[in-house]
Design a protein around this ligand. Sequence first.
Ligand code: NAP
Length: 248
Amino acid sequence: MELGIAGRRAAVAAASKGLGFAAAAALAAEGVEVAICSRNADEIAAAAQRIGPNAIPMVGDVGTVAGAGAFIAEAGAALGGIDILVANAGGPPPGDFGAIADVDAYARAFELNALSTIAMCQATIPAMRDRQWGRVVAITSIAARQPIANLILSNTARAGLTGFLKTVAREVAADGVTVNSLQPGLHATERIAGLHGDAGGLGATVPAGRIGNPADFGRMVAFLCSESANYVTGTAIPVDGGADAGLQ
Ligand code: NAP
């Protein structure tokens, strides 16, 4: 299927590994020029090399509003503009209400998983509106739909961000800019290995009988950035092998 986005320019945050890397690789495979960042210089350089000549590596920390803004400024300068934003960051630490007594932990999680994306949207969407074309895809979590035990920081921050994205999507829809989020369930990345140890047995907890392949997730991101997805906006789509049991 022809996605129609060759030559577009994308900023993909937190992309040396895992779902961000997969998104960048899928976009680059469609001929999109991608600026990618992570905090480790060697790892982001290696990731860009794996993706190929369409990838520009940048060292950046999108865990803060300032860091997110700096990444978008650097990416925009290198690419000559940003048509596609894939907003992503690492996940916050685990813990439940009883374990996380420090309210500042919530503030840090909000900065990492909500404010940083809001800052990246503020830095990219106005120019997308001016050009009458843009795509924003935020990588959030199935936790925004169905809170996950022992991840209260993620559950809380992602729900707030999802409200923001829906609101913005409706405001900018007439300007050719779509704003969506993808809500990953369990995928085979380092984050999941870190949270659950050996992810081998986790597949049995998912209706699909297995955990997800990040490369498939990356292609979902690329599809949402395609020309054909021009009428899909304001959605928050689970990519979870059927794990969410709700009706919507
Ligand atoms: P991952 O495998 O741990 O990869 C995270 C990537 O982000 C790495 O490239 C990492 O590189 C980079 N990164 C982390 N913090 C960063 C920061 N502050 N600034 C810039 N780059 C940063 O994680 P993942 O599984 O792909 O998860 C991506 C997002 O999806 C997370 O928010 C996670 O909570 C969410 N999620 C994932 C799953 C899943 O099944 N994988 C499920 C639900 C939600 P450096 O550490 O070198 O910076």
